[in-house]
Write a protein that binds this ligand. Structure first.
Ligand SMILES: [Zn+2]
Length: 283
């Protein structure tokens, strides 16, 4: 029997942030290849155990901070079976082993370089899907592929939750926060999920409409929980912040919508260097 499984259903992985063996919460992550290396993408608040806005500890009871992630990977050569692997979050000096965005916790996305081993199958999200020419129009439905109930629902496969684009995709809702908003009844376990637009007819950037001969997908970014405890509005961090995090520099192009400062000005990443010696350095 040949089973059809959507490639994106294989990309999202169930994550349990732990202190030693003790599970502290549940979350989602996904895999992506960049320059031959494989990275696990999730939220800053998932690995730090702190709220990315208030920096308060998320574990209100014990104030515990995770020191490893227990990740359920696909078992090599056996679709539908999973193996759990621990990924350390802190080195011997308690310093983070994840890569943070140049603006730190201002951007609630982290990447962790992954060592591939023989026992796990790696299914990566195609990063090029961010450039698919499909215009995300406000109120349009999008999919958040993650684990809203942890694994308590009895299945290891992620759930495709639907949300709607709630802020104009072409602008950042908040200054210096490269994210747009979606309205979705998501749960805490969905933090770190990829968000995608799927349609067989859609608008393209030249203003025309396309009727594709099948469903097309655009990768819209990384979901990061709600902007307010009582609301159902959540942030989706734009895909280019993944590149900025891996390369450890801010990008100044159409996609980032950032304007280059003068070469001798202070770099906007606030690391205290001039632009030409920092993010504006010519490689
Ligand atoms: Zn800089």
């Amino acid at each position: 029997m040949i089973r059809y499984v959507d490639p994106l259903s294989c990309t999202s992985l169930f994550i349990e942030p732990c202190f030693n063996e003790i599970g502290l919460s549940v979350a989602t992550g996904f895999l992506l290849k960049y320059c031959e290396d494989t990275y696990l993408i999730t939220n800053w608040h998932v690995v730090s155990g702190k709220d990315a806005d208030s920096l308060e500890c998320l574990d209100k009871k014990n104030l515990a901070i995770p020191n490893n992630l227990l990740v359920s990977f696909h078992k090599k050569g056996s679709l539908g079976e999973w193996v759990k692997r621990r990924i350390d979050l802190l080195d011997d000096n308690e310093d983070p082993l994840w890569l943070e965005h140049p603006l730190g916790s201002e951007v609630d996305v982290v990447v962790i370089k992954l060592d591939e081993t023989d026992d796990i199958e790696i299914y990566t999200l195609d990063y090029q899907l961010k450039d698919k020419d499909m215009v995300p129009v406000t109120a349009m439905p999008v999919s958040v592929v993650g684990y809203p109930f942890g694994l308590s629902a009895g299945a290891n496969w992620p759930i495709w939750k639907t949300g709607n684009i709630a802020s104009d995709h072409g602008i950042d809702f908040e200054v210096n926060r490269p994210a747009f908003l979606i309205d979705a009844t998501t749960r805490a376990g969905m933090s770190g999920s990829p968000v995608v637009l799927r349609a067989d007819s859609y608008q393209t950037s030249d203003g025309n409409y396309e009727m594709a001969g099948g469903i097309q997908t655009r990768f819209l970014g990384v979901y990061a929980g709600r902007i307010h405890g009582q609301s159902e509005i959540g942030r989706v961090w734009r895909p280019f912040v993944i590149q900025e995090t891996i390369e450890n520099r801010l990008l100044f192009n159409d996609e980032s919508m950032r304007f280059s400062p003068s070469r001798i000005a202070k770099c906007p990443c606030n690391r205290g260097l001039r632009f030409k010696e920092c993010c504006g350095k010519v490689a």
